[in-house]
Design a protein around this ligand. Structure first.
Ligand SMILES: *Cc1c(COP(=O)(O)O)cnc(C)c1O
Length: 230
């Protein structure tokens, strides 16, 4: 079992490097995050031993069980939809929240982070496709939300995150990745104090190479590392 995670990671890193070079980017500017939802702690530890330091989790209850078991050698990222009443648990578990999509949630995160004397890094999740089933704020309202969050002292905006509609064909995701990058560039042009716009969290098992070609700085890969989920 150990070797498949190690060789999967090597294979993904090679594909990431190739995609970066194709698009004239430095491979060192792209972070591989292992998405470990449903993956037991011992498999996560194998990925940690293979050099992965960033992990993404989707479910608060699962994260509360697993993260303390693995510990802080890793950097933990909340990538799933977050209910406001669960915020009290996440502030001490996670270093970054990728799924901030409304002011009410941001205010609660800010309050709890302040209580814990911590600054939380956050990304704004954007529903670029407009699909009703998707989380995220609509593109036309992102700039306003960024301005509102920028004044919250214990949150630090780092960029944007998106999840395109599911498709077998990775090329179908390209327009959504381009749209997220353009939105990011637009926000960067506003020079809002305290707002960083470097990060674009986009690309998963099926489409991370396309995402890198379009500017991803963080790719969130689950199945290609750990295998199919149950
Ligand atoms: C599950 C998940 C991923 C990883 O998906 P894979 O297809 O397993 O790579 C990435 N991002 C989010 C938000 C997810 O929920």
């Amino acid at each position: 079992m150990e070797t498949d995670i190690v060789s999967n990671i090597m294979n993904i890193r090679q594909r990431m490097t190739a995609a970066a070079k194709r698009s004239g980017r430095n491979p060192a500017d792209i972070q591989l995050m292992a998405v470990s939802k449903t993956v037991p702690a011992e498999r996560i530890r194998e990925a940690l031993n293979a050099g992965i330091t960033w992990f993404g989790e989707n479910y608060v209850q699962e994260a509360r069980e697993k993260i303390p078991e693995i510990g802080r050698d890793a950097s933990w990222h909340m990538i799933g939809h977050l209910q406001t009443n669960k915020v009290k648990y996440v502030v001490n578990l996670f270093d970054w929240i990728h799924s901030v999509d409304r002011l009410e949630l941001a205010k609660e995160l800010d309050k709890r982070a302040a209580q814990n004397q911590k600054t939380l890094k956050v990304l704004i999740e954007v529903n670029v496709s407009g699909e009703a089933s998707k989380n995220g704020i609509e593109p036309s309202r992102v700039l306003e939300l960024v301005r509102q969050i920028s004044v919250l002292p214990s949150l630090s905006i780092q960029g944007l995150m998106t999840m395109p509609p599911y498709s077998e064909n990775p090329e179908d995701a390209r327009p959504y990745f381009i749209a997220l990058r353009r939105l990011r560039d637009e926000i960067a042009g506003e020079h809002i104090p305290g707002v960083r716009t470097k990060e674009l969290s986009m690309g998963m098992t099926g489409d991370f190479e396309v995402a890198i070609e379009e500017g991803a700085t963080i790719v969130r890969v689950g199945r290609a590392i750990f295998g199919e989920r149950q």
